[in-house]
Write a protein that binds this ligand. Sequence first.
Ligand SMILES: [Zn+2]
Length: 171
Amino acid sequence: MMSNMNSRMNKKARAYLTKKFGAYCRGCQALELERKLVVDHIDNNNSNNNTNNWQYLCYSCNEIKNPRCKERKERPLDVCGGGCDSLDRETEITINREKEPKFREYVELRVTEEKQVPQQDLINGGAEYCGCSIKTTARWLAKMTSSQGELRKKKVGNVTMIIIKEESELR
Ligand SMILES: [Zn+2]
């Protein structure tokens, strides 16, 4: 949760975090020189000011953890100006580079071992495993099940399963 702590507490938190960890975003590793950092309450409880509940996040990573834009979309009078989308994209590029290979590995391993895995299970489990949002893993999985990918979807009852394509299905 982005902090709305008073300025004295904020100053204290910044001094503590900078000294203990250095002034960089715990999400994307951006330095304070590159991006403005905010003090985030890890458990999203703004009144929990234990030092181990603080971390630095840049605006983009904070937006991913605490997506205020999405809330705003539900309240259309409060327009966010569209800037949030571009921040999301920028952060997503950084995340993709680091985490997409990890997600692919995770999916390939599970599908190989279990033959067929529910789509939602891979999206949720992969997000947990890679530490990113299910929106992101859903997009990665969609790429893997595209006509270019090595996987495909298969309906089993009401559940969409992910399976490996047959040799003959691969182009
Ligand atoms: Zn960041």
